[in-house]
Write a protein that binds this ligand. Structure first.
Ligand SMILES: [Zn+2]
Length: 130
């Protein structure tokens, strides 16, 4: 039993959190940006950087099981420096390891440059809330 399997009953994301994610992705371009997502009452409200996740190193996010249990963590976000927000085989393997919700942003990091997935790689429609 993986104690870090995220619970996912997420229905939306705060607009300002989404903007922050897209801006951070843009700032890190052409490197990958990654972070974990935190939610409150089913709405993603915050991102949290993990040590070592800056500078395009997703290795640290893969080490999530090393962290203390944090039930507000509901998933992850990472950016693709290409104009493609589809998951890769490696991404899907990672999603399935943790469950929850996983956002991928892509170049050029505008309003439409992101998509959310469940652990099987199915698209999850997230409501953008103010
Ligand atoms: Zn990816």
């Amino acid at each position: 039993m993986n104690r870090h399997r995220f619970k996912s009953r997420i229905r939306g994301i705060k607009k300002k959190t989404l903007v922050m994610i897209l801006e951070a992705s843009k700032e890190n371009h052409p490197k990958e940006f990654s972070a974990v997502l935190r939610a409150k009452d089913g709405i993603i409200t915050e991102i949290m950087l993990l040590p070592g996740t800056i500078s395009g190193n997703r290795h640290a996010i893969m080490q999530l099981h090393m962290l203390p249990v944090d039930f507000s963590v509901v998933g992850t976000i990472h950016s693709h420096p290409s104009p493609n927000f589809n998951w890769s085989r490696q991404d899907l393997h990672f999603f399935q390891k943790f469950g929850g919700i996983h956002i991928i942003t892509c170049y050029p990091y505008d309003e439409g440059s992101w998509r959310a997935y469940d652990l099987y790689g199915n698209v999850v429609e997230l409501e953008v809330v103010h």
